[in-house]
Write a protein that binds this ligand. Structure first.
Ligand SMILES: [Zn+2]
Length: 301
């Protein structure tokens, strides 16, 4: 009996099989690329990032956190995953070319107003030649950026103070970890651009610092969490944990302040970040803590 298939058909079978295999590979690659893009923004600052919308119970990720950004990123991913439609809508409302105009108008309006909004970047401010140092304290915020070339590395005094604090906390059953400290200009640029590519500049500005504006570039900002509690790293929930409460109560004794306290966004420019501490030295930290003020208020800016 001759085969039911002609030679031609027999050739087709492997062809179909391979088409399916190649098709599957392409789909898998597209999915992988999507996940990769989602994870690119590891951030950063995030801390700069100021989004605390990023709570959640993500499990510690596959990749080591590179900064609060990284962790936030994950949180953001979750958020995004939960509300994909909303995001879509937002994007549709703001076609690519319009945001520039809108932004300019908003900024112009802001500049015209007598009261300044610390959350907004000023178009008139360019990266300076020297960092702003007031009464011996380095200030980095949205109105006081750092030179692109300012690259001091992690502050030695700040690190020593952290280690001393860590010892004391350990005695009291809290195992502190500084999971993100110094980040240079280029790293921040990488992170920020990744966020902008993913969410657009307006959204990125809400949770990530522009390069030159991150306090992490000073080497004096420490994102702190607790060992074994990675799910709370760079998350608002850290403030409710034993470690978060210990820090809020004791960090000033070692020269650290909670840099972005709750309800101070209009002054600091960032939403509350229960994990972001800034080394300012014991004297300033103690006064800032006891008065319940921000660094900006302490420095009178
Ligand atoms: Zn931080």
């Amino acid at each position: 009996m001759p085969s039911r298939y002609t030679p031609n058909q027999q050739k087709k079978n492997p062809f179909i099989k391979w088409s399916l295999i190649i098709g599957s590979i392409l789909v898998a690659a597209a999915a992988a690329a999507w996940f990769y893009l989602q994870s690119i923004d590891s951030p950063a600052n995030i801390d700069d990032a100021a989004t605390n919308e990023v709570q959640t119970s993500q499990s510690p990720g596959e990749e080591p956190p590179e900064g609060d950004g990284a962790v936030k990123e994950k949180a953001q991913e979750l958020e995004t995953a939960e509300a994909p439609e909303q995001e879509e809508e937002e994007k549709q409302e703001e076609p690519q070319e319009e945001p520039k105009e809108t932004e300019t108008k908003e900024k112009a309006a802001d500049e015209a107003e007598p009261t300044k909004d610390a959350t907004v970047y000023s178009d008139t401010v360019e990266l300076p030649e020297e960092p702003a140092v007031i009464n011996g304290i380095l200030l980095a915020n949205k109105q006081h950026p750092l030179p692109e070339t300012y690259a001091p590395g992690e502050g030695k005094e700040a690190r020593a103070a952290f280690e001393e604090m860590r010892e004391k906390a350990l005695q009291e059953g809290v195992d502190l970890v500084a999971f993100s400290t110094y980040r240079d200009y280029n790293r921040q640029k990488e992170l920020y651009n990744g966020y902008v590519a993913k969410d657009g500049q307006e959204a990125a500005d809400r949770y990530s610092a522009r390069p030159g504006y991150s306090e992490h570039q000073t080497g004096l900002a420490f994102d702190i969490g607790e060992a074994g509690q990675e799910q709370h790293w760079a998350s608002a929930s850290f403030g409710d944990t034993k470690g978060g409460k210990w820090l809020a109560k004791n960090a000033h004794k070692y020269g650290f302040i909670l840099r972005y306290p709750e309800g101070s966004e209009s002054i600091t420019g960032y939403m509350h970040e229960s994990w972001h501490f800034r080394y300012v030295g014991k004297k300033a930290a103690t006064e800032i803590h006891s008065k319940g003020i921000t660094l900006e208020q302490y420095l009178g800016v």
